[in-house]
Design a protein around this ligand. Sequence first.
Ligand code: GLY
Length: 430
Amino acid sequence: MRVLVIGSGAREHALVEALRRDPGVTAIAAAPGNPGIGQVAEVRAVDPAGADAVVGLARDFAADLVVIGPEVPLVLGIADAVRAAGIACFGPSAAAARIEGSKAFAKDVMAAAGVRTAHSEVVDHPGELDAALDRFGPTWVVKDDGLAAGKGVVVTTDRSAARDHGAELLEQGHPVLLESFLDGPEVSLFCLVDGETVVPLLPAQDHKRVGDGDTGPNTGGMGAYTPLPWLPPETVTEIVDDVVKPVAAEMVRRGVPFSGLLYAGLAIGQAGPAVVEFNCRFGDPETQAVLALLDSPLGALLHATATGTLAQAQPPVWKDGAAITVVLAAENYPGRPRTGDVISGAEGTPASGPGANAEVLHAGTSLRADGALLSAGGRVLNVVATGADLAEARANAYERIAGIKLPGSHFRTDIGLAAVEDRISLPTRV
Ligand code: GLY
């Protein structure tokens, strides 16, 4: 199978690495890819949001499967264009990708499917904002109704910060979604979905705030770990049966079946799992950790999903142990990140010792003419490490990241720490 991966981040680098481990995958290309992907696969400078360019590349590469990583091309209908060209594509149609592209649409689907989620209101006009804020909070949850790479969300007890964010979004012409705050530990559950067939992957937890101890502004994600030692397997079953399957069935009922990766972001509260958000693609940085533990051929799973044969596919098998992603971010991220600095120490994997269980994935990098690796984005690199348990995976990741030098860069030192220290517990059900 020849596979074309669309995207350029660490999630796509992880997908490429996992596809390389699939003996059924004979060739991999990525567009536009990144310098890390370029070391192991062919990369082509094609705009992921350009339907003609992506279809042209898929034909030129003779792709048997196109895997679309990011949400923007999905919302723009690139998967529809690839399928219309007769090529199997992993990723939902534009109509189904609205589950991420419009939070109001997602709320409507959840209401119809009877799925628990935060109470919400959409605000379209600045004149409605104050009265709406008074009906919510504290704590206020103010979201951009459209796509915002994780940075459109402000969760705050400060009413003026909530108001400023809402007003700024409205000024930019973006409808604002106000939500009641959902309490409880957060879980990201990724499910392969083909119509009404739902196959969950390992549950993971993201760390969205920039600073240790969940401080500072929201980011696209500063790190993740899997599995979750504090989450009983029955809760994963409950999420699949009471959240993901009803939503998949409702999408089928509406004539917009979901095909691809449905990402349920949940808070596990006193009343059980409640949905914080749905995304229409693999999450970043959770995917990097989840795929590090996959012991099944990824290409076969994605192809089965894309071709409507998931129900007949072998379910995924997982390695024992734990995996963790730690994101190395550029100075000033998640504001305007500093770019163009030389990175050293990212190359190579030690043959033995703790670093041997860690790999470096590229997220926002570029190559200078002389071959030097430069920072080129907010999230620059990911270190993904495995271990017999989460404590060992953490030790391996932090050992490896300590050897990487990038001026002004920062990373969280507490990814997975609360779980290792047994500080996460599920609330008693009421
Ligand atoms: N982990 C957050 C996201 O992928 O949106």
